[in-house]
Design a protein around this ligand. Structure first.
Ligand SMILES: [Zn+2]
Length: 213
């Protein structure tokens, strides 16, 4: 999960109709979020939904508030529902700085370390933990498939880093840069791989600024 930057133009249907999920809203969110779910950062899912960061149940007055609407995949929306109304706001917070996002390969788990102690930080960590690690002790089939896909993308990224570290050609460097572009998946995790390695940060630090203000 990373910071999100949204266009300032409010889609017309939010002010001219009672709907929050008009086609213009979906189209603008897809464009602003580079086709990614704002929670899991997967690209191009067809089962996207309009997600209320602060749920309709908790804050009915924000039902059509442009800054409260995000695009999420059905998988993440189903985990969030109205159980998480106080997550960090990706429009104003650099989530990638506020929450360290790593993989514990030995235990096959994603690990989230909040950098501040607030209710919003712990709630965001709890949500990400549910999305990446599942809700029970053992992952259900959908959760397992999600995690396997996540690992495959991250393994590919690690492979490109190993190529670059072994042979720092321009081609190998550009292959890594490509994977750090704003429209690529799981940037919150890739960010910490780069950040936790001084050598990699010196080379690629300038491509991990994304939506920062
Ligand atoms: Zn998602």
């Amino acid at each position: 999960m990373i910071r999100v930057s949204k266009s300032s133009g409010i889609p017309a249907s939010l002010t001219t109709t009672r709907a929050y999920d008009g086609e213009d809203v979906k189209r603008q969110l897809l464009q602003d979020q580079h086709d990614k779910c704002y929670i899991c950062e997967r690209v191009g899912v067809t089962d996207f939904e309009i997600e209320h960061r602060r749920s309709k149940e908790c804050c009915p007055e924000l039902r059509q508030d442009w800054n409260n609407l995000f695009l999420s995949c059905r998988y993440c929306n189903g985990k969030k529902l109205q159980n998480f109304d106080n997550t960090l706001d990706p429009l104003s917070v650099n989530i990638e700085d506020e929450i360290e996002q790593n993989i514990d390969y030995e235990n096959k788990k994603a690990v989230f370390i909040p950098k501040n102690v607030t209710e919003s930080h712990s709630e965001t960590v709890k949500l990400l933990d549910r999305v990446f690690n599942g809700t029970g002790n053992l992952r259900k089939i959908k959760e397992e498939r999600f995690f396997e896909y996540f690992l495959s993308v991250m393994n590919r990224f690690q492979g490109l880093l190993i190529n670059y570290l072994g042979d720092a050609t321009l081609d190998n460097e550009n292959a890594v840069r490509d994977e750090l572009a704003i429209d690529k998946e799981f940037l919150g995790f890739k960010y910490w791989v780069i950040k936790n390695n001084t050598f990699l940060e010196a080379t690629f630090g300038n491509c991990i600024i994304w939506n920062k203000a």
